[in-house]
Design a protein around this ligand. Structure first.
Ligand SMILES: N[C@@H](CCC(=O)N[C@@H](CS)C(=O)NCC(=O)O)C(=O)O
Length: 255
């Protein structure tokens, strides 16, 4: 397993310049310091550890939630793209037997699965909230989360793409993203305000932004999805989202 070593680096990407974020790497291992005061575990000396890969949409979901809740954390980079893949090492497999990122170590617990992690954060550190108060709005948030986290992302995962094979890969990914986004666009038409559900940023938005990023990488024509695209524009200006962007991660390759 690789830990990315870094003494100090400042991340300022012009592309994300709407709200410039500055991250100080203050320890030998990567530590992202959020903009606001911290909301950490009772043991102030122990930062939560996020096993993450810069390009992973599921890691990005958790990074957004951590940033949104002003929780300082340390990043341990798991390089999924190396031929032998850090996710398959014996050491990491004992942390996450699904051989996937993210994994969060927090409050003496090791939690895998991005949505389980974010729900833990929501329940242990409720402010600012990622779920609305109103029961029906919460259901809407969870509906959108499920469409993305169960209905779209698993079908485009790296190991699935490898299994499908090079020839079919692009068509497969585009098919399932378009199928999921078609449904999502219709459901968002019943809930969206500024964000996925009304005007409050939520767990649904933590999931939407990384999925749109992947869709664009997969050359999906986003003009088919005007509501998703409009929400994406709003999300591009949210500091917690910008700070969590793949290009702003310490393990993002410089080239
Ligand atoms: N349901 C899991 C999915 C995690 C997942 O698919 N992670 C991807 C990156 S986004 C991964 O680690 N893939 C490794 C692989 O396919 O080899 C979650 O939400 O955390």
């Amino acid at each position: 397993m690789n830990v990315v070593w870094c003494t100090r680096r400042i991340f300022q990407r012009p592309r994300l310049g709407k709200c410039n974020q500055i991250f100080k790497i203050v320890t030998k291992q990567i530590t992202t310091t959020p903009i606001h005061p911290t909301q950490n575990s009772s043991n102030e000396n122990t930062l939560p550890i996020l096993y993450s890969y810069w390009h992973s949409s599921c890691s990005w979901r958790v990074r957004i939630a951590l940033n949104f809740k002003n929780i300082s954390y340390e990043t341990r980079a798991i390089n999924l793209r190396k031929p032998e893949g850090d996710q398959h090492t014996k050491e990491y497999s004992s942390v996450n037997p699904m051989h996937q990122v993210p994994t969060l170590v927090i409050d003496g617990h090791t939690i895998i699965e991005s949505i389980a992690i974010i729900n833990y954060l929501e329940e242990t550190r409720p402010l600012p909230p990622l779920l609305p108060r109103d029961t029906y709005s919460r259901a809407k948030v969870r509906e959108i989360v499920d469409i993305i986290a169960s209905g779209i992302q698993p079908l485009q995962n790296l190991k699935v793409q490898k299994y499908i094979g090079k020839d079919k890969r692009k068509e497969w990914v585009q098919h399932w993203i378009n199928s999921g986004f078609g449904a999502l666009e219709k459901r968002l038409s019943t809930s969206a305000g500024k964000y996925c559900v009304g005007d409050e940023f939520s767990l649904a938005d933590c999931c939407l932004m990384p999925q749109v990023f992947n869709a664009k990488k997969s050359e999906i024509d986003m003009r088919q999805y005007p509501i998703i695209s409009r929400i994406e524009t709003e999300l591009e200006a949210v500091p917690a989202v910008i700070a969590a962007h793949p290009l702003n991660q310490p393990d993002c390759p410089t080239k």
